[in-house]
Design a binder for this molecule. Sequence first.
Ligand SMILES: [Zn+2]
Ligand SMILES: [Zn+2]
Length: 378
Amino acid sequence: MMRIRSAVLDAVTDTRPYSASSPLSVRELEISSPGPGRVLVRIEAAGLCHSDLSVVNGDRVRPLPMALGHEAAGVVVEVGAGVDDVPVGAHVVLVYVPSCGECAYCAAGQPALCEKGAASNGAGELLGGGRAIQGTEGQLVHHHLGVSAFSEFSVVDRSSVVVVGDDVPFAVAALLGCAMATGYGAVARTAGVRRGQSVAVFGLGGVGLSAVIAAQAVGAGPIIAVDPVAQKQDLARELGATHAVSPGEATELLSALLGGGVEWAFEAVGSTAVLAQAFAATCRGGTTVAMGLPHPSAQLTIPALPIVAEARTVKGSYMGSTRPQIDIPAMVELWRGGRLPVEKLITADLPLDRINDALESLADGSAVRQIIRPQRAA
Ligand SMILES: [Zn+2]
Ligand SMILES: [Zn+2]
């Protein structure tokens, strides 16, 4: 057993500002040595993602208390029995869906849909069951998506790490695990967007902007970025969007530009109203790809006729349909070639003790990706 500092959510709250209500308690936990098939990682950088906020405000129901955080990178400091392909000292990206390698989804090359991974994530446990963390008096604390990244150290399943080169900065590596895996994966894997195809991205947070970067990387165009926040529109243009507009301007732009709609519309907000707008923005034969997580009670209302009469598709994308062990190294290669400028998404770099301030900046829409540094003194 070792003592670590970790950010724990004890109860759901939507009392704002979060910088005052402090939903996350940074406190000591105990962490055990990695058991068979698991590794101990020193977390060097963790991104704050909208999915973390969704757990805090109750949009995404998770067992509590929970040590939050699911987008991170770090260094392997110890490996459990049977782990022979991840050396101590390796730099790793953490992956928020562990995969068993044996279920029908894993066998079909869809580890993001792993049945056992989904079950352990839902239970707040590690793959294979049980937990490696607890309170200092033995209290129950759940893992978040098998990662719990807002912690000095984390014990995770072998399948929750992907080894990357030491040349990749930890903050960049962290973003490859969620924002870029989701955004790049949706464009390159779920959709398979080709050169010259038209793309619209609705919602310009970390995931949406990652989709813009990916659309540029695969040679799509025009690339239309949609968000109410002017600074995010500016950033989208810098990252390769040919046009960036507010939601109210999108329809007019699309008809002026394309006479109809785009071949691919990506939704990164998790709003059914925005998803319906994305669907309306597609052309005949076009596809809407849903990346944002809506509230579990949300129902989508879209006109049914165009699905048949115009052969339009609505498609879900979880973790960008990525195969982490293959696609994250591929993303690293693209980053090395300057084609995935992930670092441009980072708007703040903060010690763990500032996590509630970071939560507020995410909730008020002013931040894109904020990096939390569990190893840095406040
Ligand atoms: Zn995320
Ligand atoms: Zn599986």
